[in-house]
Design a protein around this ligand. Structure first.
Ligand code: 5RP
Length: 227
């Protein structure tokens, strides 16, 4: 099965976590696009969605799904999103699609984070995938030096010949060379650096469940809450 087919399957499988009449938290990325397409088939059975990016909002609206602003919502039953890496405890690296800040905000509203991924995303230790960090542009150089001091190499993400600008008007640093052995401590530390908007380690907002697609079928992994 191709990776695209695995994404389609896991996107469809996530419908099992959508409560009829509810507002669903929706992430961003190619796997989530498959989930959004599946959600479109039951658009009449849900109240709507809270979206984590302009791209997902546009896709949801094109399918007739009403999109609510996160600031209007007290709580969501479920947030469904992909990941760039997920470990044995449900800690993740996210932000490959540059939507990490809004993803973390919407995830924080949800009682349950359902991660949908193909089996290639499962890792022993986070850090193989270059860690995305959304930063205020004037702080980028200094933040890159702070990563260098911990053995990482930060590169400014570019698009169409200039720095990529996120939905929040900020920039992304992608950091290679890190082994993130203590995701909670790492997330807390980096989030404290001046100019960091969001670090792409999702430890405080880790997955509750991961639907992992492989040729053999979809495996459901469940995780203890972050402590
Ligand atoms: C976007 C994300 C995505 O969830 C992550 O990059 C996975 O994307 P894909 O499903 O395309 O592999 O964090 O910011």
């Amino acid at each position: 099965m191709t990776q695209d087919e695995l994404k389609t399957r896991v996107g469809q499988a996530a419908l099992a976590y959508v409560l009829p009449g509810s507002i669903v938290g929706v992430g961003t990325g190619s796997t989530v696009n498959k989930f959004i397409d599946a959600l479109g088939t039951i658009a009449g059975q849900i109240k709507g969605a809270v979206s984590s990016s302009i791209a997902s909002t546009q896709r949801l609206q094109a399918l007739g799904i009403e999109v609510f602003d996160a600031s209007e919502i007290d709580e969501l039953a479920v947030y469904i999103d992909g990941a760039d890496e997920i470990d044995h405890a449900g800690y993740m690296i996210k932000g490959g699609g540059a939507a990490l800040t809004r993803e973390k905000i919407v995830a924080a509203l949800a009682r349950q984070f359902v991660c949908i991924a193909d089996a290639s995303k499962r890792v022993q230790t986070l850090g193989g995938f270059a860690l995305p960090v959304e930063v205020i542009p004037m702080a980028a150089r200094r933040i890159a030096k702070q990563f260098a001091a911990m053995g990482g190499m930060a590169t400014l993400r570019v698009k169409a010949g200039g720095p990529l600008v996120t939905d929040n008007g900020q920039h992304i640093l992608d950091v290679t060379g890190l082994k993130i052995l203590q995701p909670l401590a790492f997330e807390a530390e980096v989030n404290n650096w001046p100019g960091v908007v969001t670090v792409g380690v999702f430890a405080f907002q880790k997955a509750s469940v991961c639907l992992l697609a492989a040729d053999s079928g979809i495996q459901t992994l469940t995780f203890k809450p972050a402590s």
